[in-house]
Design a protein around this ligand. Structure first.
Ligand code: COA
Length: 322
């Protein structure tokens, strides 16, 4: 049987760091409120002239080096993001060209904060179907450019970044099970109100920003993440007690704690980066994965469960032996 196996990881965070104390000077909030309600202490923010593809290229270079491959080995580039540089061409083609990757399959998909889980699952299907030999898979977001910096309900939550992995076919496990879901009935709870075919001319004006009903998002997120984590384990016939690591989407510390509790996992088996990164949307899971690997916690052969939840709503989980 062919599995998809992670061969290398990388991440990139913009240089500029915005602390909760910096935010106290921008909106009526406090470090104490942000930390106790969300767990966030600081977040990285793109420079005005920094784009999502800039971050992707840097994260990808690290993952390519970590995997010990050459750019010419890559035959598949996929990016999960809702903040591409341009409406077209798709951001994966920009990255393919900038890295000097030979012409290949290159596309992006948008699933909000679940973007990386959707991209990794799609890659797994391509690898298992045969033909794809070396994939560059990225989750990245320049989400702070969509934020209204006058809205304390949302501006304290988000940050920017990019996480990348190299995935190759292997006889050894690998990705064991993937589960994706979405339900558009929840659109009103979390959305960005303009796009390529709707009111594009209003983008960048004061009326347009991320719109969120935080409380309601919270409730659906906790329930859905518990279910999708269980679905991945059940499909593989693996008991939650066998899990070595949970890598959750880093939206809010209280959501992370509730999900870990439902899985019966102590917090020291959960990779948590929300305090340093904030909610980086599609970048949060691959960056947390990279943090856990590079600081030596996640070891080869261990059982890792990734899960995410995002606007739409979308959700997903990937269970793997690293
Ligand atoms: N600083 C100070 N006060 C703030 C604030 C801030 N940054 N943001 C909101 N408040 C206020 C609200 O105005 C409200 O005041 P009011 O009672 O006078 O109206 C009060 O705090 C409580 O608001 P509430 O929305 O009930 O707080 P909460 O405990 O639900 O926490 C969130 C708010 C956004 C942190 C929380 O709901 C959350 O994390 N939801 C999930 C969001 C998410 O994860 N989104 C991305 C999904 S991928």
């Amino acid at each position: 049987m062919t599995y998809s196996k992670i061969a290398g990881t990388g991440r990139y965070l913009p240089e500029r760091v915005l602390t909760n104390f910096d935010l106290e000077k921008i909106v009526e909030t406090s470090d104490e409120w942000i930390r106790t309600r969300t767990g966030v202490e600081r977040r990285h923010v793109c420079a005005d002239d920094e784009t999502t593809s800039d971050m992707c290229v840097e994260a990808a270079k690290v993952a390519i080096e970590d995997a010990g491959i050459d750019v010419s080995d890559i035959d598949f580039v996929i990016v999960g993001t809702t903040t591409p540089d341009l409406i077209f061409p798709n951001i994966a083609t920009l990255i393919q060209h900038r890295l000097g990757i030979p012409a290949c399959t290159a596309f992006s998909l948008e699933a909000a904060c679940t973007g990386f889980i959707y991209a990794l699952t799609t890659t797994d299907k391509f690898i298992k179907a045969g033909g794809t030999k070396c994939a560059l898979v990225i989750g990245a977001e320049c989400i702070t450019k969509l934020v209204d910096w006058k809205d304390r309900n949302t501006c304290v939550l988000f940050g920017d970044g990019a996480g990348a992995v190299i995935v190759k076919p292997s006889d050894e496990a690998g990705i064991i099970s993937c589960h994706l879901g979405a339900d558009g009935q929840y659109k009103e709870l979390l959305y960005y109100p303009v796009g390529a075919s709707k009111d594009l001319h209003k983008a960048g004006t004061d009326d347009v920003a991320i719109t969120m009903k935080g409380n309601e998002v919270f409730k659906v997120a906790v329930k859905t993440l518990g279910n999708v984590a269980k679905a991945a384990l059940d499909a593989a016939g693996i008991d939650k007690s066998e899990l070595d690591w949970l890598i959750p989407h880093q939206a809010n510390m209280r959501i992370i704690q509730a999900t870990a509790k439902r899985l019966g996992l102590p917090l020291d088996k959960v990779i948590v980066t929300v305090q340093d990164h904030g909610n980086t949307s599609a970048a949060s899971v691959p960056m947390a994965f990279d943090v856990g690997i590079r600081d030596g916690r996640i070891q080869r052969g261990q059982l890792v469960l990734m899960e995410a939840f995002g606007g739409g709503f979308t959700w997903g989980s990937v269970l793997m032996r690293y």
